[in-house]
Design a protein around this ligand. Structure first.
Ligand code: XMP
Length: 509
């Protein structure tokens, strides 16, 4: 494995992604981890990430200098390189010229990280400080016009430094450099695949859980389904899943889910029909936060009441993913932002005294999909777009009634069919419809209509933290609009949402 020490770079997850793409396991840890912990991990190499600090700032993050004496190759990136140079007796100073953006790199020799990179290549810089003196034993391996020491190596100790960011796609040969580090310098092997992950993970779950019982909240999304499958393979009947139907799902969704889950996951599942409870509590509620709070609270009550029926349960399983873990442990990130925490409606009821099992906590979303495939999960579930816990309630702006739910369900159904037929479903992070609380005038068959407006939202995104509105072809948008207005009674106008996140959010409420 490769250990990545997180000095707070906005790119730290990207470094991890790159390493994983080469089928090598890696883990991101904060700088304060101790030497025994690192030795126990037995990493083949250590990567020190970049970060926003200046090495001379009072509270700049630092890790134990002992890592440079372990005999394990180290690659310092940007701040990581400056930390290494400073720790080993070199000098880092404020540059007269800040370097930000592209810089042409002149490479001295085609070896080490630069094997097969060429003499000149572009690099992506983002630094205010520069290295002015290298520690003993280091030599310069590449320079740019403004930065004489843009890359360095201590050949005997296998210590490497890059002032630029090889992990971003703006450094076109960055992947080659990382590959050289991983395979040539560290001697890693391509052993991290979802098949091996599944095998190891099943063994681990067996060890942790033993013959105790586990409860899991199944949402019908890919994360909780994959988690369920994995745990089921490990402990079989001792896993019980709870699926709460809140009446806010899409058309036929609860039925389809039941069928798929029963068919493909022969798992103990308790389906709880709580539709009326939710809809009653939501009647006349229009404020988005109030809607969310009501739904969250009822979910907890229903889930807990059902969970209590499962005698002797000791563990609660969750489909937590790696980005959440990284964010909450990052050197600068602090706990996950408030916006995200209220998203985990299916999360842990605080007063349930259950131990956590989180088998996906080292995976990124696309790896969870690959794992789902490796476990033969139904294609539909593997590629399912994220769907929020509060469901259609936060896509019906204003009051939620049965009539409005049914209009939105029909609209959403047409939309998804067209998005799928057009080949866009897997390319989009999400695509959905929103029912607005205003009406507009239209004309249908020579008759005046005064009906509802729906907005279509389609976004591309990597992690939902930022998102761009999708540039869907006009022809497809036209077809979607035509079909909705013709097929769904109660709608006479369709608009397309062209806002990105930030400053908008993906959901409207
Ligand atoms: P926003 O609207 O904040 O959404 O840009 C970001 C992502 O989170 C999803 N989302 C939720 N997921 N429970 C969830 O499980 C929620 O309460 C919730 N609210 C938003 C949203 O669909 C998008 O993918």
């Amino acid at each position: 494995m490769i250990l990545i020490i997180d000095f707070g770079s906005q790119y730290n997850q990207l470094i991890a992604r790159r390493v994983r793409e080469y089928h090598i396991f890696c883990q991101i840890d904060p700088p304060h981890v101790d030497m025994d912990y690192i030795r126990n991990l037995k990493p083949k190499g250590i990567i020190l990430s970049g970060g926003p600090s200046s090495i001379y700032e009072k509270n700049s993050p630092k890790c134990d200098k002992g890592i440079f004496d372990l005999g394990i190759p180290v690659l310092g990136i940007c701040y990581g390189m400056q930390f290494m140079v400073d720790a080993l007796g070199g000098k880092v100073s404020k540059s007269s010229k800040r370097e930000y953006g592209y810089a042409e790199l002149s490479i001295r020799t085609q070896e080490g990280l630069f094997e097969k990179v060429g003499a000149k290549t572009n690099s992506w810089m983002s630094h205010g400080d520069s290295i002015t003196k290298l520690p003993h034993g280091f030599k310069i391996t590449a320079s740019t016009e403004n930065t004489r020491i843009a890359a360095t190596v201590h050949p005997k100790k296998n210590l490497y430094g890059l002032q630029f960011h090889p992990e971003v796609h703006h450094t076109p040969k960055g992947k080659t450099m990382l590959r050289n580090f991983l395979f040539n310098v560290c001697g890693c092997k391509r052993s991290w695949t979802m098949k091996t992950f599944a095998k190891d993970s099943i063994t681990q779950i067996k060890e942790t859980v033993g013959d105790k019982k586990v409860i899991l909240g199944l949402s019908g999304g890919v994360d909780s389904s994959v988690a369920a499958l994995l745990i089921h393979k490990a402990i079989g009947k001792n896993l019980t899943c709870i699926f709460v139907d809140n009446g806010l799902l899409r058309k036929d969704e609860a039925e389809k889910l039941k069928k798929t889950l029963r068919q493909h996951l022969e798992i103990n599942i308790r389906f709880v029909n709580a539709k009326n409870k939710f809809l009653k509590a939501l009647s006349n509620v229009t404020d988005p936060e109030q809607k969310r709070k009501i739904i969250g609270k009822i979910f907890m009550d229903v889930f807990e009441a059902e969970a209590k029926k499962i005698k002797d349960a000791e563990f609660l399983a969750q489909g937590t993913l790696y980005p959440d873990i990284i964010e909450s442990q990052s050197a600068f990130g602090g706990p996950t932002s408030v916006i995200k925490s209220h998203h985990n409606v299916g999360g842990l009821p605080k007063n349930m005294k259950l131990k956590l099992v989180e088998p996906l906590k080292y995976l990124f979303k696309d790896e969870v999909r690959l794992l789902g495939k490796a476990l033969d999960l139904d294609e539909d579930l593997v590629w399912r777009q994220p769907f929020p816990g509060p469901g259609l309630a936060i896509r019906i702006i204003g009051e939620i009634t049965n009539r409005r739910l049914s209009i939105l369900r029909e609209v959403d159904d047409v939309l998804l069919e067209e998005i799928k037929n057009g080949g866009y479903y897997k390319k989009l992070w999400q695509s959905f419809a929103v029912l607005l609380p205003i009406k507009s005038v239209g004309v249908m068959g020579d008759k005046r209509t005064y009906e509802n407006i729906v907005a279509i939202r389609a976004v591309t995104s990597k992690d939902a933290m930022t998102a761009d509105w999708a540039k869907l072809p006009h022809r497809l948008l036209g077809k979607i609009s035509n079909r909705i207005i013709n097929e769904v009674s109660g709608v006479n106008r369709v608009v397309y949402d062209i806002s990105s996140k930030p400053p908008s959010t993906i959901e409207w409420e």
